[in-house]
Design a protein around this ligand. Structure first.
Ligand code: NAD
Length: 431
């Protein structure tokens, strides 16, 4: 029997595509050779958030809450207990997805999938056949050719540590690096970050990235910028994290048997997630477009809708991104620099987070920033960039405005709940 769809990979892209396709009445076969949930659920987004939450509570307990009139004596971080809870969170969520896949009557094959080619019934993958193929094989950490790279931890091993290292060196001050800086700085490690560029946070707005760096410097983190590490063994730390980026997993899938086009290590796709081969789609990190779980979710919807003959497309320009430090940083759309480079007559409006009453009530002594990038001729919002808690939640409002091409005037006419941190968006529109 030929399935309607075979999906390779059970991470956020793969399991979402499987659920969506099955919900629409398609027969689905999903291959996963590690754990359902992929990197995000098992060794990325979710376990890191669980541990970061423990770290945040510990920050409050060991003194942070005193500013709010709450003192706590002899605060102690029981790191193994935090890790145990993290594992429980992962188990619960993975179990939930497995149950949902089962309820959707999806065939799960817990084996490595290899594309063998095409016959009259469709694509053949490890003996199974389907009319459509969705590749959602994800990504893996880049291990650069530097000395002693084999002694470094990646996201997988660092999240599995059961004790807090005395000293931690972080190679790469991007998203993974910064989240682990935040976690282990709170947990008590002496952390040093080595970043090849002259700023941390990757594509994060420079002003926000500098503010974030200053906040962590005050907490004792050392940042070495313009420092391209060539020998991990020279850093003299008890543990070294390698977080210099990720690359798509394309080798070993048998893509060459169908002549699927791969460029710079990633499967080439269009806005419908189609590859160069009809009825073959690639979603999530494997297409290298935007290595974020929520991008994979959206691409999963679009891939399945395209299979179903519905018009749909991923709008890569309106995908928000968040760095889960404390405070959080979040962005959507263009920075002012990017907008000017792209030829917009762009301007920026910015406001301290302290213009939000709710922010002041809940962030004693804290500061942050909301920046809106606006196309001057018509007032259309081009981007939003924020630092402060909880901007991971607030950024969705800006993403909706961007997706709907709203002007700042239209956005300022929306009634926001008061008091809420999201009001900062409206205030910045009016600034
Ligand atoms: P990244 O691309 O965000 O950052 C890597 C950093 O390493 C860059 O700033 C780069 O300049 C630096 N670097 C490279 N080689 C170096 C060297 N030899 N010495 C010093 N610095 C060096 O990569 P990442 O943090 O590993 O994250 C990987 C992917 O995972 C990203 O695509 C990211 O979007 C995704 N991710 C997202 C989140 C989130 O959205 N919250 C969290 C974790 C991971």
């Amino acid at each position: 029997m030929a399935y309607d769809v075979i999906i390779i990979g059970g991470g956020p892209g793969g399991y979402k595509a499987a659920e969506h396709a099955a919900h629409a009445g398609l027969s689905v076969c999903l291959f996963e050779h590690r754990a359902i949930g992929g990197v995000c659920l098992n060794e990325g987004c979710i376990p890191s958030k669980a541990l970061l939450y423990s770290a945040k509570l510990y920050d409050y307990a060991k003194g942070g809450s005193a500013k709010y009139g709450v003192t706590c004596d002899n605060a102690r971080l029981d790191y193994p207990a935090a890790v145990e809870r993290k594992d429980k969170v992962v188990k619960t969520l993975v179990g939930g997805i497995e149950a949902s896949l089962k309820a959707h009557k999806i065939t799960i094959i817990r084996n490595t999938a290899a594309i063998e080619g095409k016959n009259l019934d469709g694509f053949v993958v490890s003996g199974e056949t389907a009319r459509n193929l969705i590749i959602a094989a994800g990504s893996e950490p880049i291990i650069p050719p530097i000395k002693h790279a084999d002694t470094c931890l990646t996201n997988r091993e660092i999240l599995a540590l059961t004790e807090v290292p005395e000293t931690l060196a972080v190679i790469g001050g991007g998203v993974i690096g910064l989240e682990m800086v935040s976690l282990f700085n709170s947990a008590g490690s002496k952390v040093t970050v080595y970043e090849a560029l002259d700023k941390i946070g990757g594509s994060l707005d420079r002003e926000l990235s500098t503010m974030l760096q200053r906040i962590y410097e005050k907490r004792g983190v050392t940042f070495k910028l313009g420092a391209a590490v060539s020998d991990a063994g020279e850093l003299g730390a008890s543990k070294v994290l390698m977080s210099v980026g990720r690359r798509a997993v394309t080798r070993g899938l048998g893509l060459e048997s169908l002549n699927v086009y791969v460029e710079r290590g990633a499967v080439v796709t269009d806005a419908q997630t189609r590859t160069n081969v009809p009825n073959v789609y690639a979603i999530g990190d494997v297409n290298g477009k935007s290595m974020l779980a929520h991008t994979a979710y959206r691409e999963a919807e679009v891939a399945v809708n395209t299979i179903l003959g519905k018009n749909d497309a991923v709008n890569y320009a309106t995908i928000p991104s968040v760095v889960y430090t404390n405070p959080e940083a979040a962005s959507v759309g263009l920075t002012l620099d990017a907008a000017l480079t792209a030829g917009y007559r762009a301007v920026e409006r910015k406001l301290s987070m302290r213009y939000s009453g709710r922010f002041v009530a809940e962030n004693e002594g804290g500061d942050g920033l909301c920046k809106l990038v606006i196309n001057e001729p018509d007032g259309v919002l081009l981007g939003a960039h924020m630092l402060g808690n909880p901007v991971s939640e607030v950024i969705s409002t800006a993403a909706v405005a961007l997706e709907r091409r709203m002007t700042v005037k239209q956005l300022s006419e929306v009634t926001f709940p008061h008091p809420s941190v999201a009001e900062i968006i409206k205030e910045t529109c009016l600034a």
